[in-house]
Each structure stands twice: as C-alpha cells, then as structure tokens.
Design a binder for this molecule. Structure first.
Ligand code: ZN
Length: 252
C-alpha cells in the first residue's frame, strides 16, 4: 500500500473500555470492489452486516436535552467494500486503513465489521471505535444488531460530534459512559451541555424544506467476498419475475 499526504493526527475513542491516544491516519488505499445497494448485502458470504437502529437513534438525538432542536438521523444507501483483512480490526494500521476507505463527506461513515479489538490500544472487550471529533466510526455488526446496538451507534457518533467520555469507570448514567449498557437505567442520556456541543458541529445540517435539523450517516459494509447464496439468487429472480408480471398487468 502506498502512503501519501501529510499525516493527520486522529483521536479515536471506543466503547467497552476507553483511553485516548493519538493514532495516525495513513491515507492508504487498497484496491477494493465497490458497489451500492442494501439488498445485495444479504447475499454476501463471510460478511459483517448493517444495523441502522434508526428509530432508536432518532430518540437518542431528539431527547429532551435537545430542547426545540431535535436532530433527525438519516441513513444513505449502504456502500460495500470487499476486503477480508478489514473484517477484524485489531491493529492501529487496520483502523487507519478502514477510516481511509470512504471519502470524507458531510456525512458520518459507519463501518460494519466482524470484530473491533483495537481503538486506543488492543482490547478484545472493545465493540466500537470513533474518531474524536471526525467523520468515521466502526462497530461490530453483531453487537450493533443487538439490544444495545443503538446505544453503541449513538456513542460512537457522539465521539465524532466532539463528545468525550464522561470518565473512565464512571458511574454516570450517560451515552458517553465508556461501558455500553452501564450503569442504567438510562444509558443513552445526554446532558443539555452535551446536546449543545452536538448542535454546534458542522455535520448537523438544516433541511431547507422546513428548517429542521438532521445528521446523515453513510453505512459502509465490509465483506470478505461477493458469493451469492442460491436461496438469495432465487429470491432476486423471484422479484424480477414479479416486476415483469406487474409490468404486463399495467399494459393489460
Ligand atoms: Zn467511547
């Protein structure tokens, strides 16, 4: 892999256990296959998978702390990269490569992988990691699909939005507690001060149609290969057949 450009210090912070150090964004690009479409993701073998938890994410970023300025969380269509080396993030170099995959947009990139064992250091208890502040975060797709998935996604997005932890081993019930699901009962709470920090960030956009606020998230799916499974292929053919039937009915 070729490295170029001036290294940019990237602060990363994690869920599970949090400590801040500096890692270096390498601007290294592998040759990758890229295509669009949420539906095709279901046909991939040895793949991470996307969980958006959009309803719960809207609740987190629209909670009472935001007052009259709730933020709507919107997801763009999933982008998929084939790279088996990036399914398991266990080194600083892999994390830097992952966070260099998608171009820095006004949106936040959320990468779905199998395991995250590196953030500010190696620890198998880590389930997510996000730049602080920045546009990139990564989650374990299995954890993100579970009952604490929205808290994990919201926690890492909040790091991108310049919020640090409320303290290591903190007993404070807050979205930025470094341990997901701890201590409860309101583990997704944000203070008014935290909400105001989020509202000041440049990626909080205004919908020109009605003046409401939103944040755009770009799901990026990491997969090992593009091997369609027979059942999924049959489903695709079935959908094609149905649409053909619909077209014929329209003409009739
Ligand atoms: Zn964290």
């Amino acid at each position: 892999m070729t490295q170029f450009g001036v290294p940019v210090p990237l602060r990363a912070c994690c869920s599970g256990r949090g400590r801040s150090i500096h890692i270096w964004r390498s601007h290294a690009f592998a040759i990758l296959v890229l295509f669009f479409g949420v539906g095709f993701a279901d046909t991939l073998a040895d793949a991470a998978f996307v969980s958006t938890k959009e309803v719960e994410m809207d609740a987190i970023f629209g909670q009472a702390s935001f007052g009259l300025n709730p933020i709507d969380i919107r997801y763009l269509p999933t982008v998929t990269y084939v790279d088996p080396n990036l399914l398991n993030i266990n080194t600083s170099a892999k994390l830097s490569s992952l966070f260099s995959l998608a171009p820095p947009p006004l949106a936040h990139n959320v990468y779905f992988v199998d395991t995250v064992d590196w953030c500010s250091g190696f620890n198998t208890g880590i389930v997510g990691c996000g730049s602080l502040p920045g546009n990139d975060f990564v989650v374990e797709s299995g954890y993100a699909s579970g009952s604490s998935g929205a808290e994990l996604l919201g926690h890492e997005l909040a790091h991108n939005l310049a919020l640090g932890h409320v303290g290591n081993n903190s007993s404070q019930d807050n979205l930025l507690n470094p341990v997901v699901g701890y201590p409860g009962p309101n583990t997704t709470a944000l203070t008014v001060a935290q909400a105001n920090t989020i509202l000041s960030r440049p990626t909080v956009q205004t919908d020109i149609s009605n003046g409401s606020l939103y944040i755009e998230i770009q799901p990026v799916l990491i997969v090992a290969s593009l091997v369609p499974e027979p059942s999924s292929l049959a489903l695709i053919l079935g959908i094609f057949g149905m649409s053909t039937l619909g077209f014929r009915r329209q003409r009739a």
